[in-house]
Design a protein around this ligand. Structure first.
Ligand SMILES: Nc1ncnc2c1ncn2[C@@H]1O[C@H](COP(=O)(O)OP(=O)(O)O)[C@@H](O)[C@H]1O
Ligand SMILES: [Mg+2]
Length: 499
């Protein structure tokens, strides 16, 4: 076996090894290839540890010179007369594998290989039609999205460089946890795409930059709003009380709102999109819509970017945001926002709701009881103006300080182990117990506090929650999962007849 990468090339790539760019590429490679391995079955796994069972191909990989010592398995992708080989430092039965860069491009015929970067590997996979056949424009678009996502992660790592250790080790508040999902979706080809945001927008509005911003307030003639609420307060009263409970909100502004108008708090980036719309401009000219600009206390983006939180507020707000985040432009549709009201009614106004509370007192669903959108010229709601009210139990010190986003707890650490592993090591030291004892204890509590209520809700009550890691918040004041909050009613379903 020979390597066709020269030693000069190798030493040139060495200083990159621990650079921030390299960290961003490794994090992105994990997200990209874990998504691919989950969705596509054409790869083969070769475990490096099972020497006795090794296949011919495995032994060929074992013969590769300079293979990093931590290699646990290799994944081989068939390509035209070649294969792309991904070395893994960890193969996970749950699919969160850990890649080692660079990858290897293995020419079986000529029996040589060369090292390839993550970006080159993605190009090979896309251009070779290994996975899907597509026109060159679509391929170019896709590749560009992957590369921009890496750049975005790199920019965040630079920005957060000084407090990365803290992100993966120190205690956090709910808000800080929501703002520390550095890589974004852990199983996605473009985990940090945000096409319509400039870098300046990203610094202000992407949660991982840790900044806050004021809401952009409007008032709108009641008849121009398509609003609904199953809360005891109407949408109109809810936005007013949101302003009233904010000590930074100007009282004189509140006094000036015409009685036939509803106060409308907009996401400040989205407000600019509203103002570009000619129809909305005409409403402003006619004073059917009034623009008051930025007011009140700071709000912070949560991990989904479009849902925002403020420590003082009784509700979080979830918005239509005209930004392509991971796979889609994030507009809320009328049929989606209905679910939040239904779940609210089930939670507070049904027998199932009281039974669920009794069965799982430490399981909470953040309902979304009210929403509104501006009525378009055709009488239909304008999707880009949708606003949803979501319950906010994290407006007091106790729940705010002991609640963490599951996705942040388990995300890859660019320079070490995940927050969850570090947390378990700390528990082991505090309790003077072996790490594996702590791991089992923690997982048992996770099953009881998180998994059981979710499965029981479905099997016993007919309530299905799309409970992926970005939708679950764990209350862990004792260090172990003891409370779980589910959010994101767009990902729920209800069967009236339990099965
Ligand atoms: N592990 C994950 N699973 C699913 N979505 C994730 C994950 N990590 C980050 N995300 C991001 O969360 C967003 C989806 O949440 P969304 O429905 O917009 O809001 P919310 O959860 O606040 O209701 C997407 O932009 C997606 O990229
Ligand atoms: Mg979500």
């Amino acid at each position: 076996m020979t390597s066709d990468s020269t030693s000069a090339e190798k030493s040139a790539s060495r200083p990159l090894k621990n650079s921030i760019r390299m960290q961003a590429e490794r994090l992105s490679a994990n997200c990209f290839f874990n998504a691919l391995l989950r969705e596509w079955q054409g790869w083969s796994l070769h475990r490096m540890t099972k020497l006795s069972e090794k296949t011919k191909t495995t032994s060929a990989y074992l013969d590769l010179p300079n293979l990093p010592s931590e290699v646990e398995a290799v994944i081989s992708f068939p390509m035209t007369e070649a294969s792309l080989v991904i070395c893994l430092s960890h193969f996970s039965i749950s699919g969160r594998h850990q890649c080692i860069l660079p990858f290897l491009f293995f020419n079986k015929e000529k029996k040589h290989y060369r090292e390839v970067s993550f970006t080159e590997a993605v190009e090979l996979v896309v251009k070779e039609d290994v996975l899907w056949k597509s026109d060159s424009t679509s391929k170019h678009l896709f590749l560009n999205r992957v590369f921009i996502s890496i750049d975005n992660i790199e920019a965040t790592l630079h920005y957060r460089e000084d407090n990365l250790v803290s992100v993966f080790n120190d205690s956090v508040t709910f808000q800080a946890s929501e703002q520390s999902l550095i890589t974004g979706h852990s199983v996605h080809p473009t985990p940090k795409s945000r096409e319509q945001f400039s870098l300046k927008d990203a610094e202000l509005y992407m949660p991982e930059y840790g900044n806050s911003f004021k809401l952009h307030w409007f008032s709108i003639q009641d008849s121009l709003l398509i609003a609904d609420s199953v809360h005891s307060l109407s949408f109109k009263s809810l936005t007013r009380s949101l302003a009233e409970e904010d000590t930074q909100f100007s009282q004189s502004l509140l006094n000036d709102i015409p009685s036939d108008h509803t106060l409308l708090p907009a996401h400040p980036w989205q407000a600019q999109r509203w103002l570009e719309n000619e129809y909305i401009q005409s409403l402003l000219r006619d004073h059917r819509l009034n623009d008051f600009g930025l007011h009140g206390s700071g709000w912070c983006a949560t991990s989904s970017v479009r849902a925002i939180h403020s420590n003082h507020a009784s509700f979080m707000l979830k918005y239509s945001l005209s930004v392509k985040l991971t796979n889609s432009i994030r507009h809320l549709l009328p049929k989606e926002v209905i679910r939040g009201k239904e779940i609210h009614q089930v939670k507070y106004q049904s027998v199932i709701g009281s039974q669920l509370k009794k069965a799982y007192p430490n399981f909470d669903i953040l309902t979304e009881p009210a929403h509104a959108a501006i009525k378009g010229e055709d009488g239909e709601p304008l999707p880009e103006t949708m606003i949803v009210f979501r319950e906010n139990p994290f407006n007091n010190e106790i729940s705010n300080q002991s609640t963490e986003l599951l996705a942040s707890l388990t995300q890859d650490n660019p320079t070490g182990e995940s927050r969850l592993v570090n947390h378990m090591r700390r528990l082991a030291a505090e309790e003077n117990l072996a790490l594996d004892v702590i791991v089992r204890k923690w997982f048992q509590k996770y099953l009881a506090s998180v998994v059981e209520p979710l499965l029981g809700s479905q099997s016993n009550f007919g309530l299905l929650f799309g409970a992926h890691q970005q939708n679950l918040l764990l209350g862990m004041s004792s260090g172990y999962p003891e409370k779980v909050y589910f959010r994101d009613c767009q990902g729920t379903a209800i069967w009236l007849e339990p099965y």
